[in-house]
Design a protein around this ligand. Structure first.
Ligand SMILES: Cc1cc2nc3c(=O)[nH]c(=O)nc-3n(C[C@H](O)[C@H](O)[C@H](O)COP(=O)(O)O)c2cc1C
Length: 343
């Protein structure tokens, strides 16, 4: 029997397989199904800073007079009623989720700037959330805003959310930091109990007929695993925080890889959207088989055993890997002995 137990943000989990934030986890029937299929915890879909400030702006508009500025600000934010139903319903969702399942329920807040909206974190905790995930999804488009200032703003936001709650706090980060390892350490110092690596950035497309920018959400594949895989391997043992892998976990082998790199949990969304909640059980079976084949008896035994610090040759995670990677391409294309050449 393989012991799959793991600990994430101080929460004891039956396995490392967690459902990450998506519309799936916003439906309590699906949440129940995910739990039945073995999901060890679930992150609810995010509530967005814009929704909270939007509500505040609407309130301000009612209390004071409508200013052009306020109306304009209100018109920017898309209607999210198909995704989540707004702040008060979100608290109800947490309560319903807690009644529906016994696994830990992690509420998610999505924003970029410190401000009054952060108070909502406390309401999420009071509604019963076992932990909070703060998703800092920012695109740095302002040329006058430098990296140091942006990072300081992130840390201020994380500290503000940390101060608002006593439950564990995870922070979902982008991979686009100049000094990722340094930023990871500072995020933990600002109060994050865990890092969720990484946010997957969606690239918009252009519709030439409508002359418009259109959203195009493409689900991930296992190929995308290598970005979180590398950084989890590098950060393991260097940052005082739990590590969660998100982006590209589709199979038991993918889950085993991130655990070997040093993750505490492997999160899935695309795979569950593609195959349904039953896929959690399939991934668990595969994970158990992968571990058994390699004679691991527990997740604790394998965790981090292929991290950068555990590998005799850490160059694979560093610059030397670039050189090796390029060389591996030429050896792939070099005809093997005896094979005819074209030149
Ligand atoms: C339809 C959809 C909705 C999502 N909604 C959220 C969200 O509300 N908050 C969040 O932090 N991540 C959200 N994500 C990102 C996922 O939680 C996950 O991090 C990402 O899809 C990468 O993991 P994957 O490769 O397993 O899909 C969403 C992803 C998808 C596909």
């Amino acid at each position: 029997m393989t012991d799959l137990r793991t600990s994430y943000l101080g929460l004891q989990l039956r396995s490392p397989l967690v459902a990450s934030a998506s519309p799936l986890t916003g439906d309590t029937d699906v949440l129940r199904r995910l739990e039945d299929e073995g999901a060890a915890a679930a992150v609810l879909p995010s509530l967005f800073e814009e929704q909270l400030t939007h509500d505040q702006l609407e309130l301000d508009r009612l209390l004071e007079q409508t200013s052009e500025h306020v109306s304009e600000a209100l018109s920017y934010f898309p209607d999210l009623s198909d995704y989540n139903t707004g702040p008060s319903s979100y608290l109800k969702l947490i309560e319903e989720a807690k009644r529906a399942v016994a696994i830990p329920v992690i509420a998610s807040l999505n924003g970029t700037t410190p401000g009054g909206w952060v108070r909502h974190a406390r309401r999420m905790q009071d509604a019963g959330a076992d932990a909070l995930e703060l998703n800092v999804y920012a695109i740095a488009t302002d040329p006058s805003l430098g990296a140091a200032e942006l990072e300081a703003r992130y840390l201020e936001l994380i500290a503000a959310v940390r101060a608002a709650v006593t439950v564990p706090l995870a922070v979902k980060l982008s991979p686009f930091f100049t000094a990722m390892a340094n930023m990871a350490v500072r995020v933990a110092e600002a109060g994050a109990d865990g890092l969720v690596l990484f946010n997957r950035f969606y690239q918009p497309d252009l519709d030439l007929d409508a002359l418009d920018v259109v959203p195009r959400l493409v689900l991930s594949t296992s190929d995308e695993l290598r970005l979180p895989l590398r950084w989890i391997a590098i950060l393991y043992g260097q940052v005082r925080a739990s590590l969660a892998a998100t982006s590209g976990v589709h199979t038991g082998l993918d889950a085993a890889k991130v655990l070997l790199a040093g993750a505490d949990v492997a999160m899935m969304t695309s795979a569950l959207l593609r195959h349904g909640p039953g896929h959690v059980a399939e991934v668990e079976r595969e994970l158990v088989a992968v571990l058994a084949e390699r004679e691991y008896t527990s997740v604790a035994e394998l965790r981090g055993s292929m991290s950068r610090r555990s590998m005799p040759d850490s160059a694979g995670f560093e610059r030397a890997n670039y050189v090796r990677m390029l060389a591996s391409w030429s050896s792939q294309t070099t005809p093997s002995p005896g094979q005819a050449t074209t030149s």
